[in-house]
Design a binder for this molecule. Structure first.
Ligand code: NAG
Ligand code: NAG
Ligand code: NAG
Ligand code: NAG
Ligand code: NAG
Ligand code: NAG
Length: 495
């Protein structure tokens, strides 16, 4: 025993026994005790640190290639291309006329406008529009015809080889492809069945998305249509949404206004969480939603909020056996989805009954905390942030197309404007008013990717178990000179 202790790697103990002087024996004892206490205190501290799960955010540059997101346009201004006596125009006027009376009844006998913000008293515009939009035939209104307002899609490739000029913005190449195959239509974002159109670059067979540095869209709004649509709920702009592939666009829309060049810069960042600091989710909320003709459906993934909207819609379908047209419309597996306010399907009395049913259903859940909690429980699991997701950072700026606004444009510029846009507007006009018309109707959108690759933000354990072990070992060596070998010597001796 004495041998072991004297040769032990726990040097202090050996000295306690081998010291001849009593004073040194006491000093060695004290030193040994101090060492033991120091180790215990330190181990308590580092264990507390380990158990508190500290995290560190690490950052990796250029982690993965840039992926072009889905790009969605919604045009509440002139959602349909009305020109006097065109088919969409005639259908719209006829529907408005047919539904005016029932809209008045709904407005007077229900409190619908209170639920969807109304501006003036005795103003039935909202009800009139909602009911007309629910009763019209989207095919006759040409709800999928995005070509009515989009007249050019171009792209700019990433620069390669020799530069010819220091001007960095090279000119765009027209996307010569059947655009129809690159677009899907939906009524997910905008209320009143206003159609939106989503551009999917990844569906292109001609351009490889990894070579594309910028996308360019030129729009021609339809002022005439805006006037005919004649609604106080629209202003002359278009909405742009940037979203991950097949995801329901969230409500952070970018507003595009005519007469401007809009530049959007996209930075791609992947965020990866381990769930140490706060919980994260791997579950995806999914829903199957209709296109703008209410004919075919498409699978979308969505957020906690989207889940609540779909669950709300389920309540209207359950209690009223028809869809609330202010919410996304999920697939009806047994047939055509019937909108509660579609006066082409339901009689006046039925539309009124449906409207009352919608409001009663809303009240039922609005006024009971308990019912509401139970109801949102079904979406609870989609509440945490996703554990692993690409997010796009969006910078938007717009520059005025000065030549269109200025009264003092030089003649050459003016000539260019005219020749550029005469073809777009299919007119022979030469008047000054023509430039004014261009200003009110034309806008351009350029979407740039910031970098050909995206970065990664990763949440990691700052103090892993291996580090805890090495710290404990270090402490024992520092204070007592004890090592694993020394421990083993004790074990060997005991046997
Ligand atoms: C609207 O309908 C009424 C009959 O219900 C008809 O007399 C009137 O001409 C219609 N107006 C338009 C613009 O179609
Ligand atoms: C309303 O019902 C008519 C008749 O069934 C249908 O043709 C039309 O597409 C419906 N409109 C909407 C917006 O659902
Ligand atoms: C627009 O609506 C208002 C109010 O209903 C109406 O007085 C006006 O005549 C309409 N204008 C057009 C161009 O239809
Ligand atoms: C679903 O389709 C069936 C068959 O067409 C129809 O009877 C039912 O009303 C529809 N449900 C809704 C909520 O539209
Ligand atoms: C443009 O002018 C030509 C010849 O003057 C005429 O034939 C054509 O119809 C005009 N086009 C339009 C859209 O006014
Ligand atoms: C992409 O970003 C990285 C890191 O910020 C940078 O070093 C690199 O030059 C960028 N590449 C391009 C093409 O901008």
């Amino acid at each position: 025993m004495i041998d072991l202790i004297q040769s032990s790697t726990i040097h202090g103990i050996g000295h306690i026994f081998s010291a001849t002087n009593k004073i040194f024996k006491v000093l060695w004892c004290i030193l040994f005790l101090v060492g033991v206490i120091a180790i215990i205190v330190n181990i308590v501290f580092i264990s507390m640190k380990f158990l508190s799960n500290p995290v560190i955010i690490s950052y990796t540059f250029e982690h993965e290639p840039f992926i072009w997101p889905d790009i969605t346009f919604c045009n509440p201004t002139d959602p349909y291309a009305f020109t006097i006596n065109s088919q969409p125009y005639l259908h719209w006027i006829e529907t408005l006329n047919k539904t005016k009376r029932v809209a008045g009844k709904v407005a007077r006998q229900t409190s619908m406008s209170q639920l969807i913000h109304s501006r003036r008293e005795n103003d039935y515009e909202l009800e009139e529009r909602t009911i007309a939009m629910s009763s019209a035939d989207p095919a006759k209104l040409q709800a999928t015809a995005f070509q009515n307002y989009l007249y050019r899609i171009g792209y700019i490739k990433a620069h390669k080889g020799l530069y010819f000029s220091k001007e960095f913005q090279s000119s765009s190449t027209k996307l010569n492809e059947d655009w129809k195959s690159l677009f899907t239509s939906q009524i997910v974002q905008m209320r009143n069945n206003i159609p939106c159109h989503t551009f999917h670059l990844d569906k292109s067979r001609i351009v490889k998305q990894k070579f594309i540095k910028s996308l360019l869209f030129r729009f021609k709004l339809n002022e005439e249509s805006y006037k005919i649509f004649n609604s106080s709920y629209t202003f002359q702009s278009m909405f742009l949404y940037i979203s991950n592939k097949d995801e329901i666009p969230q409500s952070n829309e970018i507003i595009l206004t005519p007469g401007y060049n809009n530049v959007v810069q996209l930075t791609q960042n992947r965020h990866s969480y381990t769930g140490l600091r706060r919980t994260c989710r791997n579950e995806k909320f999914e829903a199957e939603l209709y296109d703008s003709l209410l004919q075919s459906t498409e699978k979308y993934s969505g957020s906690y909020d989207d889940c609540k909207k779909i669950v709300s819609q389920q309540k209207y379908v359950k209690y009223c056996n028809c869809y609330n047209s202010f919410l996304p419309i999920f697939k009806n597996s047994s047939g055509f989805p019937r909108l509660c306010l579609n006066a082409s399907i339901f009689s006046e009395a039925e539309v009124l009954k449906n409207a009352k049913c919608m409001i009663n259903t809303f009240r039922k859940y609005a006024e009971s905390d308990k019912a509401r909690r139970r109801f949102y429980n079904r979406c609870k699991m989609y509440r945490p942030i996703p554990c692993n997701k690409v997010l796009y950072k969006i910078d938007h700026r717009k520059e005025i197309l000065v030549d269109l606004w200025s009264k003092s444009t030089n003649d050459r510029r003016r000539e260019i404007i005219k020749t550029l846009y005469l073809k777009t507007f299919q007119t022979n006009e030469t008047s000054l008013d023509f430039v004014e018309k261009v200003k009110d109707n034309i806008m351009q959108l350029i979407i740039n990717r910031d970098n050909e690759s995206g970065d990664l933000y990763k949440e990691e354990r700052e103090y892993p178990f291996s580090e805890l072990l090495s710290d404990v070992g270090g402490l024992m060596g520092l204070w007592l000179g004890l090592s694993v070998i020394g421990l083993f010597e004790i074990v060997e001796f005991v046997y």
